[in-house]
Design a binder for this molecule. Structure first.
Ligand code: ADP
Length: 389
């Protein structure tokens, strides 16, 4: 047992597990909360816990002795598993998101960490895989990507075609305003007391008011159409990937919002950020939007604190824009990336397009954006992009 403990502590990076009881408790906790499997060096399954059986829908006896490929979905390219084997057979830990197939043919997604265990001769004698079910999140992401793709194709055509009738409505409404003025002049200018009060109300109030509403509606549609056009153009814009100095970029963005920061008494702290690979203009747009949102959705009852952090995780540069603002409830966290989705439209100005654009921009650059948030406490927006040193 001590030898196992020694091996485990090495792999757990020198944690201070110093009793068999602690080790047992740790194992029980992992077993209780995660989907666990152990394979031999050839990939044959030697152990599965109940959660593994329940997600894969295989009874334990059908899994034991089988090659781990039994749950492969066929959805990942060969290189994906080549990379996995190359990593774990060197004795290194491998982590990734995998789509697996259950016995009944249905698919599920798991975040997987595979830890190789070595014996005292330095040979790998087993691989322990710990998984978490991420099917729901993946489904939400897939649905969203699908929805966005559909939207993008109709958006471009629609926004063009809707523009011309809109210009007509605007033009003829302005003509009606003019006609009303002429009518009033013809009826005796400002002094058309001879007319009945009903006609005066019509000419002085009802018609101008109706036209005002029409024009304000037109202007709203016009803003939406411009937003749609902007969004649909993104998919076509040429990308120029280069090494981005994120410290310089954030410095410029923070400087450009200095007035707003000072006016609201907000503290903004930017840590040392790693570089990444991306399109300068578009990534700038993403971070400008995140910072401007962090400023816009601050909590009314406390001083704003915004922090930008960055680190390299498995060859990805992962940035965090953290605020102590109003936060976003779990039910709305996927929705805020949908086009024109705004949580409290009456309280703040905006188009509900910034995060949709950010998501689209990052998708095209092999990046990702997601949120973690506690309503009433604040939000943490993560942006991840390929790392380059
Ligand atoms: P906009 O800010 O123009 O509404 P976005 O797409 O940038 O559009 O954001 C969509 C919605 O997400 C916002 O309307 C707001 O409700 C929510 N949101 C975005 N950022 C934050 C934040 N930092 N804190 C709280 N809510 C946020």
């Amino acid at each position: 047992m001590r030898r196992v403990k020694e091996r485990m502590t090495t792999h757990l990076q020198e944690t201070d597990i110093d009793s068999v009881q602690e080790l047992k408790a740790l194992k029980a906790a992992i077993d209780e909360h995660s989907i666990v499997a152990i394979t031999d060096p050839q990939g044959r399954i030697t152990y599965v816990n109940d959660k593994f059986c329940s997600i894969s829908k295989y009874p334990r006896e059908e899994l034991l002795g089988q090659n781990h490929r039994i749950i492969n979905s066929g959805c990942h390219p060969k290189e994906f598993f080549k990379d996995m084997w190359a990593t774990i057979s060197k004795g290194q830990i491998w982590r990734n998101e995998i789509k697996n197939k259950a016995k009944d043919g249905s698919f599920y997604w798991v975040h997987t960490t595979i830890v190789p265990f070595k014996n005292s001769q330095g040979e790998i004698y087993q691989y322990v895989s710990i998984r978490t079910d991420i099917t729901e999140r993946k489904k939400a992401e897939e649905d969203l990507a699908e929805k966005n793709k559909e939207l993008e194709t109709i958006v471009y055509v629609a926004s063009h075609d809707l523009r011309s009738p809109l210009v007509n409505i605007q033009g003829f409404s302005n003509e009606l305003v003019q006609s009303c003025k002429e009518l009033r002049l013809k009826l005796g200018g400002d002094d058309f007391q001879s007319l009945s009060p009903e006609i005066r109300t019509l000419l002085n109030q009802d018609i101008p008011e109706a036209i005002k509403f029409i024009l304000s509606g037109v202007s709203k549609i016009d803003t939406l159409l411009s937003g749609l056009l902007r969004f649909s153009r993104l998919g076509r814009a040429a990308l120029r990937s280069e090494k981005l100095n994120m410290n310089e970029m954030l410095d410029t963005i923070v400087k450009s919002t200095e007035f707003q920061i000072k006016q609201n008494g907000v503290t903004v702290k930017v840590d040392n950020l790693p570089p990444c690979l991306g399109d300068n203009v578009q990534i700038n747009q993403v971070f400008s939007n995140l910072l401007s949102n962090a400023l816009k959705y601050l909590h009314p009852n406390r001083k704003g604190n915004i922090t930008v952090l960055g680190q390299v995780v498995e060859n990805r540069s992962v940035y965090e824009v953290i605020d102590n603002g109003i936060g976003v409830s779990p039910a709305h966290q996927a929705k805020i990336f949908e086009i024109f989705h705004r949580l409290n439209p009456a309280q703040t100005e905006g188009e509900g397009l910034g995060l949709t654009i950010a998501q689209r921009v990052l998708e095209r650059q092999n990046g990702k954006i997601w949120i973690e948030s506690i309503p009433g406490e604040g939000s943490r927006f993560f942006v991840c992009l390929p790392h380059i040193s």
